[in-house]
Design a protein around this ligand. Sequence first.
Ligand SMILES: C[S@@+](CC[C@H](N)C(=O)[O-])C[C@H]1O[C@@H](n2cnc3c(N)ncnc32)[C@H](O)[C@@H]1O
Length: 404
Amino acid sequence: MPHPLTTALEELRPLLLDPDRLVRAVAAGRRRGQEPPEHERVELRPVALRSGPHLQAVARSGPRVSTRNAAVGEDAERLVEELLALPFGNWHVETAAEVVQLRVTKRGEAQLHRAATSKRQVAAGPAAHDRAKQRLVDPADPLFTVLGAGADKRRQVDAFVRLLAPLAPKLLDGAAGRELRMTDLGCGNAYLTFAAHRWLGERAAEAGTALRTVGVDVREDVVARSRELAGSAGLAGLDFATGTIAGAVPFGEEAPDVVLALHACDTATDEALARAVRWGAPVVLAAPCCHHDVQRQLQGSFDAVDESPAPPLVRHPILRERFADVLTDSLRALLLRLLGYRTDVVEFVDSRHTPRNALLRAVRTGAPARPELVAEYRQLTAAWRVEPALARMLRPEVDAVLGA
Ligand SMILES: C[S@@+](CC[C@H](N)C(=O)[O-])C[C@H]1O[C@@H](n2cnc3c(N)ncnc32)[C@H](O)[C@@H]1O
């Protein structure tokens, strides 16, 4: 049965203003015969910030996203007042106990539907209310469409951000009282740069910190396009720079806190790791792409038959290629560990979405090189007769830890 619109909206107000009950609320759509609201969609949810409980509103209009945090109390009341006054066609409000749907009819009345939250939803907690929450990066974000990211790239980007997420609290603590700085080296079309900036930027805003992100690529065209898009999407703190990774100075004198590199080609990944080590970046996430450097060295090393078990492993080009991938990333991880990073290598996304799905996750500890790791490195490089690109790029640092 239709209700007067103002009465129905009044019923939503206490639900939106109760941070203990509200799970999330979404206002979207337009009313017949009225100008569309200034945002296509606004999502509200309670968030716990350092400064206390807040109501967070994330508003989207095309690729433009803005976030507003209102402290529970007068600020949140003002925010809800403003949103209820906008001419949205639908409200969807989820609380711990019920789901309330309000739809504005053609006549400008309200259809109100209330249903108890299902037991399954309650048992699973708030996450079950929100399919998008399965992903940290919303695959339906219109920004991806503008950027031209396909489904596989959206998956990769989400998986990448998922690995960044557990490191965010420490990063934000480390940047207390100043801005947080992130760079994406070899950013290409910048799908990851945009998504990571948006995700970490929201966490930074919640913590009362600003995030600056700079994507770096040698290609002027992709940098110009990304820069223009960042401006039109209203993403504050996001910028792009043209140049090589080896020469990148994304923040001038300041070092980045986070270094990302997703599929930077061949030794561009090594350039990214080398930059990160010299900057002393606290967090490095790098998913390597093609590996040619070690592969080339292996090819030359075992042309002559010798006593070692190596030749059968490197004789066939396809096996040599696969083996070189494993050896390259093992040596990269080992070098990072020698140079003061706790490092692991993980599969960041299912191989259906990219065969290049290994990721080096390195967190700086500054711990001195352990002698057994030094021995491992010497043994491995001697046995396979290789000097990896990362070691060449960081020769003084590597020589210092190897005691050369
Ligand atoms: C395979 S694309 C990956 C792009 C993006 N990170 C992604 O995953 O969609 C590699 C990018 O790295 C850039 N690149 C390669 N070598 C580079 C270097 N030495 N310095 C800067 N950019 C480089 C290329 O121009 C290209 O845009």
